[in-house]
Design a protein around this ligand. Structure first.
Ligand SMILES: Cc1cc2nc3c(=O)[nH]c(=O)nc-3n(C[C@H](O)[C@H](O)[C@H](O)COP(=O)(O)O)c2cc1C
Length: 171
């Protein structure tokens, strides 16, 4: 069970200390994102590390519930190379990048960081704004932002097992 702690105890974290995230930790987060499963092993993801304060502040204004980004020491923008997609079903990039985003969140939890997934794709308004801030070319699709940092307070894991959501052999 010890190995499952980061999954079973993860919660979204939106407030952080000022402690910067060391480079080797950033690399591990990116590795977790890159090691996610993907349809046909297409691995359509790319990543943009968000550390510049001015750009992060601009990004924090993109959506009402993105304000935590301003004070987050780190953001990771998950991108998809949709033009170069290697599999037969391009829309699988959505699942691929979701798995990648979740891997980053779980790796963060495992290393004592906190993070929150900020919804980006398929919202055209947000995509347009993030493209402008980070100079993202047209063939690359911005998918999600993960806001990250060291939590400034403990969080409370989910506790309820919803048996009513589980079906066995027939719905
Ligand atoms: C696709 C997606 C988009 C989300 N967008 C935001 C967001 O813009 N701002 C935010 O604060 N949280 C966002 N979240 C986080 C959810 O609010 C959070 O996961 C949910 O409330 C459950 O809480 P938990 O993560 O602590 O389990 C998003 C999560 C997902 C999966």
């Amino acid at each position: 069970m010890e190995g499952l702690k980061p999954i079973l105890e993860r919660r979204s974290c939106r407030t952080y200390t000022d402690q910067p995230v060391p480079e080797h930790i950033i690399e591990t987060l990116l590795k977790a994102g890159m090691f996610a499963p993907s349809a046909n092993n297409a691995q359509p993801w790319e990543f943009l590390v968000m550390q510049d304060a001015e750009k992060k502040e601009a990004a924090s204004n993109i959506a009402p519930y993105w304000s935590m980004l301003k004070n987050a020491p780190l953001g990771i923008l998950v991108l998809a190379d949709v033009a170069g997609y290697r599999g037969p079903i391009k829309d699988y990039f959505i699942q691929d990048c979701s798995a990648s985003t979740e891997n980053i969140l779980i790796a963060a939890e495992a290393m004592g960081l906190g993070g929150v997934w900020l919804g980006l794709y398929p919202r055209e308004d947000r995509i347009k704004k993030i493209r402008a801030i980070y100079n993202i070319p047209g063939h690359i699709m911005p998918f999600s932002v993960v806001s990250l940092g060291y939590p400034d307070k403990p969080h409370h894991p989910h506790t309820t097992y919803h048996a009513e959501k589980v079906h066995r052999d027939v719905y």
